[in-house]
Design a protein around this ligand. Structure first.
Ligand code: FMN
Length: 186
């Protein structure tokens, strides 16, 4: 295997979902570069269905309070406060949406493309020594979140809330056996 192949294999394999980050500042240019690269994901008919919303401090504070409200409604005050307080420790917040389409097929293809873009974003961060967590928690499906970010529910759907930063530590992960998910058809 060439060194380039080893490098890409290592980056793909070492990307981990991380929930705890250090307070080291993330360079905003790095995030812009990651977003710029993310959109080189495949997208059928070149629909470029993605939109990236970088959240800054004042809106993050409002999101945290919304998390407190939504989680409290669903799981009670103690868990609501716990989730909100934990969210305060997350340095980077990015929301990624996909365009909505009247065509079910286009909608599905666009969603797939946005997922690829998020993976590109995450891999670039991994290579830069950062980590991320792709969340589809309750807030991402709540109209109050759309309203807060001025995202139109009729034209866009939130594919993920991506939290990012420098990882406190990288968790270990595993995958099942390759044979279990592989069928060669002659
Ligand atoms: C579409 C999608 C939604 C996810 N939503 C959540 C989430 O809401 N909460 C969470 O803790 N992890 C979430 N994850 C992260 C997965 O739990 C994680 O990818 C899985 O545990 C495997 O770990 P790895 O990413 O380190 O390989 C999500 C991942 C994807 C692809």
């Amino acid at each position: 295997m060439t060194n380039d192949l080893k490098n890409i294999a290592s980056t793909i394999r070492s990307r981990r979902t991380v929930k705890q980050f250090t307070n080291k500042n993330v360079d905003s240019d790095l995030i812009l570069k990651a977003i710029d690269l993310a959109r080189w994901a495949p997208n059928h008919h070149l629909t470029e269905p993605w939109h990236f919303y970088i959240l800054n401090d004042s809106i993050i504070k409002k999101c945290i309070e919304l998390i407190r409200v939504i989680v409290t409604e669903k799981k009670g005050e103690e868990i609501g406060n716990f989730k909100a307080e934990n969210s305060k420790l997350i340095p980077g917040w990015l929301v990624v949406t996909s365009k909505l389409s009247e065509s079910k097929l286009t909608q599905q293809e666009d969603y797939a493309s946005v997922c690829c873009a998020i993976q590109n974003f995450s891999l670039y961060l991994t290579e830069a020594g950062l980590a991320s967590k792709w969340s589809t928690g309750a807030i991402t499906r709540d109209n109050r979140f759309y309203d807060l970010l001025s995202i139109n529910t009729k034209s866009e759907v939130i594919v993920g809330l991506i939290w990012y930063g420098y990882p406190k530590q990288l968790p270990t992960q595993s995958r099942g056996k390759l044979d279990d998910i592989l069928t060669v058809i002659d």
